[in-house]
Design a protein around this ligand. Structure first.
Ligand code: IMP
Ligand code: MG
Length: 189
């Protein structure tokens, strides 16, 4: 796996230090409230596990399995949900955790569904990474680990064709790994 990494953007210790700060911010915002966290699988699994253990608040944890269809490294905008029903979030303060905000389509689809099927008391977004790109769907994140350029990254939960999620750092994937690949299979987020 390591030979496919162009360069490391954020080492494990850098990520964990940043999570300490993020967790403090989140704890301040939700102190005294009924918090429900919804982790978007699979990409946010490792991020959410490390982040939530730094938040000393009582909270409920739900997971949402989502797949976006990709052509190579670009999202095509088609988002499907694994579960028929969404978590019960009526009247709850909801924090959605995802790995990365790129085109905005995935998080837009998730928020639209959560709002249409339940009335959360509030709905905020937390992402590990936010790409500096023009978004196909207007979407803001309330808590952001790191801003990055528009390169395709892997590791710390993020995949390319389901690989590399278990790298302990976030790195840029070598172009030669995905160039020439015309994959368009659904990708578990
Ligand atoms: P969006 O719908 O374009 O915002 O993309 C959201 C999803 O696409 C993320 O949850 C990731 O699963 C995937 N994604 C977008 N950019 C990257 C990347 O650079 N590396 C790995 N996955 C990515
Ligand atoms: Mg993915």
């Amino acid at each position: 796996m390591l030979e496919d990494v162009e360069r490391i953007l954020f080492h494990e210790q850098t990520i964990l230090s940043r999570l300490d700060e993020l967790a403090r911010d989140i704890t301040e915002v939700y102190r005294g409230q009924e918090l429900t966290v919804i982790a978007v699988l699979n990409g946010s699994l490792i991020f959410a596990a490390d982040l939530l253990r730094r938040i000393p608040l009582p909270l409920k944890l739900d997971c949402l399995g989502v797949a976006s269809y990709h052509g190579g490294t670009e999202s095509t905008g088609v988002v499907t949900f694994d579960q028929v029903s969404i978590p019960d979030i009526a009247g709850r303060h909801v924090l959605v955790i995802d790995d990365i905000l790129d085109s905005g389509r995935t998080l837009h689809a998730i928020c639209a569904r959560l709002r249409s099927e339940a009335q959360p008391a509030s709905l905020r977004i937390c992402v590990l990474l936010r790409k500096r790109v023009v978004r196909a769907q207007a979407m803001e994140a309330d808590f952001v680990g790191f801003d990055i350029d528009g390169e395709f990254v892997i590791g710390y939960g993020l995949d390319y064709q389901e690989r590399y999620r278990n790298l302990p750092f976030v790195g840029v994937l070598k172009r030669e790994v995905f160039e020439g690949s015309l994959a368009s299979a659904p990708d578990k987020e």
